[in-house]
Design a protein around this ligand. Sequence first.
Ligand code: KG4
Ligand code: ZN
Length: 346
Amino acid sequence: MQVLGIESSCDESGVALVQWQAAEPPRLLAHALYSQVDMHRAYGGVVPELASRDHIRRVLPLARQVLAEAGSRLGDIDLVAYTRGPGLAGALLIGAGIGCALAAALGKPVLGVHHLEGHLLSPFLSADPPQFPFVALLVSGGHTQLMRVQGVGDYTLLGETIDDAAGEAFDKSAKLLGLGYPGGPALARLAGHGDAHAFTLPRPLLHSGDLDFSFAGLKTAVATQVRKLGLAPSAQQRADLAASTQAAIVEVLVRKSMHALRQTGLARLVVAGGVGANLALRADLNVACAKSGVRVHYPELHLCSDNGAMIALAAAMRVQAGRTIPERGLTFDVKPRWALDAIDGS
Ligand code: KG4
Ligand code: ZN
């Protein structure tokens, strides 16, 4: 089965072709990505209307590129998958509209996929794929969640952020440090030159006893430190503050993940979402998991952020597991707000 995946929930247009054969590991035949980062940078964040308009321009050329790279033809596609939600409504509608039109024209079925399920299953495309069950730490720009994952589509929410997501904490702190958009990778780079102990920053909800997160207070603390540093902080002061901020976010994510593993009695952790690309997080998780005898899995670095491969893969895995029957026809909807643990109830 060849699945064409289309991702357009935010500021990346992603298209990929994944091959799925029962009893064989899934294979990424080709994938292509167009990031809108340069366009949104001028505005300091994603402008939804501009995002939608740009997805319209990119998706079909990306699909042509992917088919050419894979050496496949339109007729080889067995299933079209698109991101149904959560995300920006207008942006989602572009991928959904193109995906459904393409499937209808080809006479093939189509499936709308949950964006976070795509992230969560993306490590199955890595060289070291996980096995069910596992605890998943989902850390993206809009979500921070710990999930117990029993199988495809079988997700129990263990805890989540009560305010900002981890990615948002990176992005907002980066903005305060004058790093612009998108802040996460820039803050991580600056942190590499700084001392993580230079500033004392809060670790919100670290000892709350539950698996919830809160990052809004951390952002306020970073804002206070930036104000104290005045108008012309030195390069070293900025790097130290970046390193201290990253350390605070990473410590909370690592401690809560280990808590979730103890609570569930599971010995396998899957990390997914854009913040999963953070190397400090990976290093600290590797140490903590090794100490506790836990196997930890990550997506390939280039599949941590939004992409079409994870959407194609999630669709293939859902069909294979008998979780969903893809539809035929021209009706579709999108779900800008959509809880992952309610995925099969809607
Ligand atoms: O999963 P993703 O690409 O999009 C969403 O579904 O939200 O995640 C994007 C988030 C952004 O907040 C971005 O700053 C963050 O992931 N991010 C990082 C790194 N790379 C991306 N944060 C910290 N360190 C990184 N290396
Ligand atoms: Zn995402």
